[in-house]
Design a protein. Sequence first.
Length: 318
Amino acid sequence: MMTAWYLHRRVLPPTWTDLLACAAIILPATALIVIQPDLGTGLLVVASGAFVVFLAGMHWWRIALFAGLGLAAIPAAWPFLRDYQRDRVLMLFNPEADPLGAGWNIIQSKIAIGSGGLTGKGFGQGSQAHLQFLPEQTTDFIFAVLAEEFGWVGVMVTLALYLFVVGRCLWIAAESRETYGRLLAGALGLAFFVYVFINGGMIAGLLPVVGAPMPLLSYGGTSAVILLAGFGMVMLVDWLQRWVADLVSVRLGGRVRFFPARSTQLQALAKRCSIAAASNCYNEFVRIRRVAQHPLNARLMLEDMLMRYARTFTGSQR
């Protein structure tokens, strides 16, 4: 949120100065998490901030540069990892090397997934979880329990629901007329996807074991509260862009599309705005379409114009 707040006031795409400012926002919180130690969550925080910068229109060559630097830093960071962190990485490639120790979690998770088959063993009938073979079956490895009890069908249905949520967040971000709303909704949707991807890859033995819960499935009140609060902010972004769209439409003589039940309130609010505001809005729209050479520049200029026009409505309401 802080990164989106900073960037929405800047001229986009972000410059090197903006990237340094974003790093100053993201890295202190990441450092506090890493020294806990909780490297997995720290990397997820970095990813969440990076999504905001990516959605702000950072150039692809800069993305490739930072990705290359990140990959090059992996060998250099290896000596600084703790012993248990190294074991998690090594067990990813050969969990059978320590089947009763560091490799136990991955092995038992794979057994649970494979034993579920196509349709699963049935609700409450999974042996790996109920016989205590699968560790952390209510938190980090709950998706393996779901795979064992509901099988491939249950996994696909769950992943389809997750993808629907992510797609809806990205759709709201794409439809948002305001930079802050677009960055916030898009970053929250992508962060949600990363949590699902990492937890799913972890229980399938494709990624190292980290303490990343499966969103809305893993036990824990804090995780659910944070996720639902994030979804609430995404819904607010959608509501605000629909409300502003209806205000502009009514003031320019159009119809109410999104809030027909509040058409009377919208019309009364729109009448308080001067005709000059509507005329200026239209004239500026025509000018932007004429002078903007790049689609991204046109989109940013239109967003700025619409938000200034929306503030005209807000000021007239007061």
